[in-house]
Design a protein around this ligand. Structure first.
Ligand SMILES: Nc1ncnc2c1ncn2[C@@H]1O[C@H](COP(=O)(O)OP(=O)(O)O)[C@@H](O)[C@H]1O
Ligand SMILES: [Mg+2]
Length: 142
């Protein structure tokens, strides 16, 4: 039923918790888990300051993404699973929904909150938008 599971990861404890839930489900269903991190597109006016700064920022973001996904993958080492790691550049919620739609994911497992500092909200802006626009069921882990 939930064979192909997408897990958006931002490096927060909640997203790690979401990844553990996804791993448990995938293991039971003989499915796969894709860890997915969306890098923000650096604003184009940065181009005016330093040559190549766009690329430098994206390279740093890629390094961060690789670290975050590697750490998360290591935490899932005990599960008997195929785990893929992928990235995209853009707005997090839009890229998550687009990927789920274009690649026919069966389930998105996402943290209720992430690294944001705004206290008092049950859900962050990314999880909120994904719940509203996803093409498939969404499990919000809190
Ligand atoms: N850049 C991102 N790439 C992939 N997933 C993300 C990204 N940002 C947030 N998420 C996912 O959305 C969840 C909720 O985060 P978010 O809505 O940004 O809340 P907050 O406002 O607390 O940061 C995270 O636990 C993570 O699963
Ligand atoms: Mg956030």
């Amino acid at each position: 039923m939930y064979k192909k599971i997408l897990v958006p990861i931002d490096g927060s404890d909640k997203s790690l918790k979401a990844a553990r839930h996804a791993a448990r489900i995938a293991e039971k269903m003989d499915g796969t888990v894709t860890l997915f991190h969306v890098l923000p597109q650096p604003p184009s006016y940065y181009m005016r300051s330093v040559d190549n700064i766009h690329q430098i920022i994206l390279n740093e973001a890629q390094k961060y993404a690789a670290e975050v996904m590697q750490t998360t993958k290591e935490q899932l080492a005990d599960y008997h699973l195929t785990i893929e790691c992928q990235t995209a550049i853009g707005h997090a919620a839009d890229e998550i929904c687009r990927k789920a739609r274009e690649e026919n994911y069966d389930l998105i497992v996402i943290g209720s909150r992430g690294l944001g500092e705004l206290a008092g909200y049950i859900m962050g802006s990314v999880s909120n938008r994904v719940v509203r626009h996803a093409p498939c069921p969404v499990l919000v882990v809190r």
